[in-house]
Design a protein around this ligand. Structure first.
Ligand SMILES: [Zn+2]
Length: 216
């Protein structure tokens, strides 16, 4: 009964658990497919494109235009075989990201976050994981980057309802990486000078496997 009450109170798109976090692991394939089939894949912006290097605008309208943008983002993410995509990666200056990403237990998480804010965690919960990270906007490059292995994000869903999303492992990395994008930061901005240079060299030496927006 308590569970049902919670569901009724929460008008959001996804159900929530008893701590108030969205349950984004249900019907992932169906939801992801429905989004991407309603959308069109767009080419991906790459490092150097100004839209990637400044804070995006807040989402204030949760109408049809936003729904189409989210559909296009899912289509683009799928075409580029990404696990997360921020709106500025298809050239749109708005704080929205989508994700379709496994966590440290292999559970697939799928969802949309508008106006995300990363929750500051107490130091005793911060455990760093230095796995490899890559980005569709830095095609073909990878570099190890230490990040907390757990993350929480607050924001709104595609209808404007407040949401809280949490994740572990690779999904925690994804939540941090995508939120960074919307504030104008790429993961290579967090690398040492030498590692950043190496990532850019990897990018210059290889062809992306998906369509990108050429820089001027
Ligand atoms: Zn990225």
């Amino acid at each position: 009964m308590a569970q049902q009450d919670t569901d009724q109170q929460h008008a959001g798109v996804l159900p929530v658990d008893d701590e108030g976090f969205v349950i984004d692991t249900g019907e992932t394939e169906e939801r992801e497919q429905a989004w991407r089939r309603a959308g069109t894949a767009r080419p991906i912006t790459v490092v150097g494109n100004p839209v990637l290097h400044k804070e995006c605008k807040d989402v204030t309208e949760f109408g049809e235009e936003l729904q189409q943008l989210v559909a296009d983002m899912f289509a683009s993410q799928h075409a580029a075989e990404g696990v997360g995509l921020a709106a500025n990666q298809i050239g749109v200056d708005l704080k929205v990201f989508v994700y379709d990403c496994p966590d440290d237990e292999g559970a697939r998480h799928t969802g949309v976050v508008c106006n995300p804010k990363l929750v500051e965690l107490p130091t005793e919960r911060r455990r760093l994981d230095d796995s490899n990270e890559g980005c569709l906007s830095v095609p073909t490059a990878y570099a190890p980057l230490a990040r907390p292995d757990y993350a929480e994000v607050t924001g709104q869903d595609e209808k404007g309802n407040p949401v809280r999303v949490r994740g572990t492992g690779y999904f925690a990395r994804c939540l941090q990486h995508e939120t960074d994008h919307l504030y104008g930061y790429l993961y290579i901005d967090r690398l040492s000078k030498r590692e950043r240079k190496d990532a850019l060299r990897q990018m210059a030496e290889n062809e992306p496997r998906y369509a990108v927006v050429p820089n001027d």
